[in-house]
Design a protein around this ligand. Structure first.
Ligand code: ATP
Ligand code: MG
Length: 312
């Protein structure tokens, strides 16, 4: 389809389907594909994308078969929340769940690391958005070793390969979900170190943005290199055709949103969704229902409407 091809022109450069030869440094956070995009133009395209997605989601819901899981990962201030808000703006909230994963609770720490995430995987017909995800288990937990200790894993199960093992577990988990009909698309919003500083500064300078600022964000920034290493390893170990990563340039917000919208539309379009066709049995029911309603129309002027039980 023509439109799909047009979308691919946007998404191809950022899609990672194999860890082989993957290096973060090959992805420029400031990239805009030479598109000198005006804000309005980007917004219009984005609106078309979200409208389309809303239509597709209706069919997804009616079909009650596929599920879509969108995973969002990023450093602070990369624009996860805004991107999710804009891209999903027109989708029917009944078929869409956004789940934000924060520090785990005591109960969650008492279970295997995938426990809390697997309970929130979207049901069939739904779109689920993970705002942070099981990837944190090989990102923040990798960067801050004490978080791993809090997970109370028996010491003999914590070896030198723990991160490779964890990422392999995640990759298998995603294979499993994919085979169950869960379509997985993963986004890493690729923000530069410099742009993060700029956005933090804005949060400090602008009183209306102060609430977004947290002192811990600046503390985490000190671990930037460790995070980049952890992200690179995570993407390398888990990028696949079935569950691709998109390394989306995040220094330019309108562009970020556009790429994310395009990637989601593309993934859902690829399912060739159609409204479920009625079975022969259902057709009979429909015909009977029509007959009954038609008969009713003839008597429309009848004073005693059903529900009016005055003459009973
Ligand atoms: P925003 O800052 O835009 O509100 P956020 O996703 O950063 O969004 P916060 O409440 O600031 O939300 O942070 C959530 C914190 O929880 C992050 O610092 C993240 O690293 C941490 N977190 C997420 N998952 C885990 C985990 N499994 N173990 C430990 N910490 C985690
Ligand atoms: Mg935060």
């Amino acid at each position: 389809m023509e439109i799909l091809n047009a979308l691919r022109a946007y998404t191809d450069p950022f899609r990672v389907t194999s860890g082989k030869d993957f290096f973060l440094k090959n992805f420029d956070p400031g990239e805009t594909l030479g598109l000198k995009m005006h804000k309005e133009e980007a917004q219009q395209l984005l609106q078309r994308g979200s409208k389309w997605l809303a239509m597709e989601q209706e069919i997804l819901y009616a079909q009650d078969s596929w599920a879509v899981l969108l995973v969002f990962q990023a450093m602070d201030a990369a624009g996860k929340d805004g991107t999710i808000k804009h891209v999903m703006s027109r989708v029917n909230p009944q078929g869409c769940d956004v789940i934000s994963f924060k520090q785990p609770s005591d109960e969650e720490l008492s279970h295997d690391f995938l426990w809390r995430y697997s309970r929130k995987v979207p049901e069939r017909g739904h779109i689920g958005i993970f705002n942070r995800s099981y990837y944190e288990e090989a990102l923040v937990v990798r960067v801050h070793r004490h978080l791993l200790r809090a997970q109370k894993i028996p010491p003999r199960r914590v070896g030198n390969n723990i991160w490779d093992e964890r990422l392999a577990d995640i990759a298998r988990f995603e294979d499993y979900l994919t085979r169950q009909g869960v379509v997985i698309v993963k986004f890493y919003l690729n923000l530069s170190y410099g742009e993060q500083k700029k956005r933090f500064m804005e949060r400090l300078d602008n009183p209306d943005k102060n609430w977004k600022f947290s002192a811990s964000d600046v503390r985490e920034r000190r671990y930037w290199k460790d995070y980049m290493h952890a992200y690179e390893e995570a993407i390398r170990a888990t990028a696949s055709e079935a569950a691709p990563w998109y390394v989306v340039p995040a220094d330019n917000k309108p562009f970020t949103r556009l790429i994310v919208a395009a990637a989601i539309v593309e993934a859902v379009e690829n399912l060739d969704l159609e409204y479920p066709k009625a079975t022969r049995e259902q057709m009979k029911d429909l015909a009977a229902a029509r007959k009954e309603l038609d008969a009713e129309a003839v008597d429309e002027t009848r004073p005693d409407q059903p529900g009016d039980d005055s003459d009973h």
